[in-house]
Design a protein around this ligand. Structure first.
Ligand code: HEC
Length: 139
């Protein structure tokens, strides 16, 4: 290979690698600010709270996150970034409550995912209750 060919090869390498590095598994989920990561869920996980969260979840979240929380809801077929599997205990243990709450509140990366923020639609109490409900899938 002469110098010109080597140069061209180098030039195109990033273009060839790009689709691989931006695959659906390469998440760009923003990390919540430290103050949120430190928060503990202020809502008690009573039967009532969980029941309310269940119906909220089934109305607003299950089409993407799945009724069982497996991330395979009916609306996910065309999503480039799929929701995570909330029944995966090992995975869920790596995500703090405050991170889950913060994403429900403000949404994920709007350029990369369909996860919108619910700050204007739900109360803080409802969002913390949803965190409890999401956790219940991995138990
Ligand atoms: C239009 C589909 C859609 C709907 C509706 C939706 N989500 Fe999501 N959600 C996603 C996707 C896709 C992601 C993954 C985003 C990412 O990888 O950054 C996500 C991420 C999340 C996360 C972040 C956890 C993680 O994977 O790190 C939480 C928590 C969450 N959603 C909760 C909810 C709740 C609660 C509702 C209902 C109030 C809801 N979502 C509604 C598609 C949706």
């Amino acid at each position: 290979m002469n110098t010109i060919h080597a140069g061209i090869a180098l030039l195109f390498t990033p273009l060839v690698l790009w689709p691989v590095t931006s695959s659906a598994t390469d998440r760009k989920t923003p990390t919540a600010p430290h103050e949120f990561l430190m928060k503990t869920n202020p809502v008690a996980a009573t039967a009532d709270t969980l029941q309310e969260a269940k119906s909220l979840y089934e109305n607003r979240c299950s089409k993407c996150h799945g009724t069982s929380g497996n991330g395979k809801g009916s609306a996910t077929k065309d999503l480039e970034v799929k929701p995570r599997n909330y029944t995966d205990k090992a995975l869920m243990e790596t995500i703090p409550d405050g991170q889950l709450f913060w994403i429900i509140c403000y949404g994920s990366d709007p350029e990369a995912t369909e996860m919108a923020g619910y700050k204007k639609k739900l109360s803080e109490e409802q969002m913390w209750s949803l965190v409890h409900y999401i956790r219940s899938f991995a138990r």
